[in-house]
Design a binder for this molecule. Sequence first.
Ligand code: 13P
Length: 255
Amino acid sequence: MSRKYVIAGNWKMNKTPEEGRELASEIASIISKDASVDVVVCPSFVALDRVSQAIEGSAMKLGAQNLYPKTNGAYTGEASPEMLRAVFAKYVILGHSERREYFGESDAFVNEKVKFALENLISPILCIGETLEQREANETLEVVKTQLLGGLEDVESQSMGNVVIAYEPVWAIGAGKTATPEMAQEVHASIRALLTEKYGEAIAEKVRILYGGSMKPANADSLLSQTDIDGGLIGGASLDSKSFCDLIQSARAAS
Ligand code: 13P
């Protein structure tokens, strides 16, 4: 089963609109119209519009880092799917461990956002992953299962073509520490098995499952060669055009 790789850059709270425009233009000029890999950049809300303009006409796609599951109204500090669509965002990162940890986001709230994103034609990148403590207590597969099934509750099979999953072990994020390809593959395979149980094999085989956590050009080839790793959600290495484009190159080579 061949799934199209996704290389997505999560810029987190980095890059002003002008810096974002510059970075996105550099990446766009390097990858041009080559769409063999889905390339997504996810700037902060304030940089979305400028980055959107910078990538217009290229094969790159835009993603946001969050959304609020309401159409509009008195929700200070939040952004609706309609606002994201207005700047041509096609993806949204949901359930990132930093939002779970610093903003107390629960599986139920993440689930509400996933469903609302889908209803509004934005593809969620649903992030799941265990902490170091949970891994050491042998709870990894259980934690991943709870977050996956919690995030996908009441999500119908016909929507699953628009859902991307990102497995991000919390202990590997920004730590310079990466899961070994075998460790990551084990969890990715268990995620696919859970998707198979819930949605059947034909659908589960189509869902892209990305790895995230200190992915960089030096370790990308071995991660991307694993059967169930279909791309990366990249933090630090997505802030530099050369590293990010090297990662895209690795995904093209693995395709
Ligand atoms: P790093 O690549 O900086 O470890 O971040 C990964 C991540 O959290 C992407 O969402």
